[in-house]
Design a protein around this ligand. Structure first.
Ligand code: URA
Length: 234
């Protein structure tokens, strides 16, 4: 691949801007300045820098964002800033978009990617991809509540009861709930249908990827050792 084309593919500017960056000597490959925009490079695993900022070539971008409260997952937000504003321009230019949706007041793990096939795999209802939610309830969780959510609750407009894959109490007012489907406001509606109320909601894992100690508002690449597995749990 030509170097300027590679920069363009990584969202580092418009085609002409990428060629100009290379010609201006702003791009290093393997620590060495390459100033020919048409220089051929092998993209796989290529490490390069642009104005001192280091990049690794990635055919597809897959990142994890720790979504803070007060951000919308929509690309055209209405009342709050979009989660896209938390990402660098290169990722936005590549066309990454959120995999699924978290409510504006929900915090935690949001995957974003420019891989349309991956978005489809992770959001397809047939795949039952596991999502782990940490729920804070308004009223103390009764001993019966976790089992009730696993047995299933009837939601308005749903033909059948909706179930959690697993649910455990993690404190007097906290639950860890695993869902393998993604209906609108599902956790809040399920907890309400079981007679309690969600005060705070946080997603700690999705598709086998954990948030870990990523700080709110921060993002990271999914490493090659982490597989974003549409893990089927039933
Ligand atoms: N369920 C909800 O109710 N809200 C979310 O943001 C995610 C799951």
């Amino acid at each position: 691949m030509r170097l300027a084309q590679l920069l363009f593919s990584q969202g580092l500017g418009m085609r002409r801007e990428c060629a100009a960056l290379v010609a201006a000597g702003e791009v290093r490959v393997g620590g060495r300045v390459v100033d020919d925009p048409d220089a051929e490079v092998e993209p796989v695993g290529l490490e390069f820098s642009v104005r001192g900022e280091r990049w690794t070539y990635r055919e597809r971008a897959v990142v994890v964002l720790h979504k803070p409260a007060g951000f919308e997952c929509s690309l055209q937000p209405r009342h709050h800033p979009s989660v896209m504003s938390l990402l660098p321009p290169a990722l936005r230019r590549r066309g990454v978009q959120p995999v699924g949706h978290l409510d504006v007041d929900t915090t935690g793990l949001l995957l974003l990617t420019d891989d349309g096939a991956l978005i489809h795999r992770l959001t397809s209802p047939k795949r039952h991809v596991a999502k782990v939610y940490e729920v804070t309830t308004k009223h103390a969780a009764t001993p019966a509540l976790p089992q009730r959510l696993v047995d299933g609750v009837q939601l308005v407009d749903e033909p059948r009861p909706v179930r959690a894959a697993t649910c455990e109490a993690t404190g007097p007012h906290t639950l860890r709930l695993v869902l393998t489907e993604g209906k609108y406001h599902q956790v809040k509606r399920m907890v309400a249908a079981a007679g309690n109320r969600v005060e705070a909601l946080h997603r700690s894992a999705f598709a086998g990827v954990a948030l870990g100690d990523l700080a709110p508002g921060q993002w990271r690449w999914i490493g090659p050792e982490e597989s974003v597995a549409p893990s089927t749990s039933r």
